[in-house]
Design a protein around this ligand. Structure first.
Ligand SMILES: Cc1cc2nc3c(=O)[nH]c(=O)nc-3n(C[C@H](O)[C@H](O)[C@H](O)COP(=O)(O)O)c2cc1C
Length: 246
């Protein structure tokens, strides 16, 4: 008999309304966090859940080309922070005043303050060289790693753990400091820790650096840049409004 036990939900069942709300809450309340880290350590079972979530991301040809390097050593963190300072100063030369000063005033990492740093890497040799779906678009391997990072980010948010992505870094230094083999690519350097607040909006939006674009301005119909099309009337109207997950 295949009768389901009363009240027991299978993982493959549809989402209840409450579960849907939880899912959208994670998406809409996720933030990139650079400040607000508290000193509370991340419990191992929580960290394990977050890593499991990342590992269940989709990947091209099921190649799972990621690795996760967990870091808490303060000497390692210091070396990475030095690279950040150097790269931040260097990149500030690429923008004119008054934007330069504004850029330099932003807090763009939480390397030392966060209890756990995590480097997510891409290994193109995993299950290779023939990977289903990667023959025409080799970047699909990197895209897969980004899917894992997004899973990780949403899972962290669900667990109340803040995450900040630091890309103002030298990949060469990252590879040296973390002893990565030559063919392995560092994709993301992440700072994780409990936070005392998740901001409502992106920090860069609050600081007036850039606004969030309207959805209706980024959706095209049938062809590039076609923003109006009769067969898509209804959705055109719906995407004008903000989505309310509650
Ligand atoms: C690939 C990538 C690299 C990023 N690098 C940095 C970074 O070096 N420093 C930083 O403060 N934020 C970084 N961010 C965070 C973005 O600034 C942030 O996602 C964006 O402003 C929107 O804010 P939100 O994530 O809170 O919604 C990065 C995000 C992504 C996806």
């Amino acid at each position: 008999m295949n009768k389901k036990k009363e009240g027991v939900k299978k993982l493959t069942d549809d989402f209840s309304e409450e579960e849907k709300r939880g899912f959208y809450k994670a998406i809409y309340s996720r933030r990139d966090v650079r400040s607000h880290f508290t000193s509370k350590p991340i419990e191992d079972d929580v960290l394990s859940k977050i890593l499991h979530a990342a590992h269940h991301a989709p990947s091209v040809g099921f190649s799972q080309p990621w690795n996760f390097i967990l870091i808490k050593d303060s000497e390692t963190k210091k070396k990475i922070k030095e690279s950040f300072e150097e790269e931040k100063n260097h990149s500030s030369q690429l923008v004119e005043e008054p934007k330069r000063s504004k850029y330099l005033s932003f807090k763009l990492e939480g390397i030392l303050e966060s209890p756990v740093n995590l480097c997510v890497t891409y290994d193109p040799t995993k299950f290779g060289p023939f990977v289903i779906g990667r023959t025409s678009i080799p970047e699909a391997g990197l895209y897969s790693v980004c899917c894992a990072i997004q899973n990780l980010w949403l899972s962290a948010r669900t667990e109340g753990v803040g995450l900040g992505w630091v890309s103002i870094l030298s990949n060469k230094i990252l590879k040296d400091v973390l002893s990565l083999p030559g063919h392995v690519v560092p994709v993301a350097y992440l700072c994780l820790g409990y936070v005392d607040d998740f901001a409502e909006k992106p920090d860069l939006e609050t600081a007036g650096w850039l606004p969030r674009l309207e959805l209706k301005d980024v959706v095209f119909f049938e062809k590039w840049d076609d923003k109006e099309n009769e067969t898509w009337n209804n959705i055109q109207e719906l995407i004008k409004d903000n989505f309310d997950y509650a």
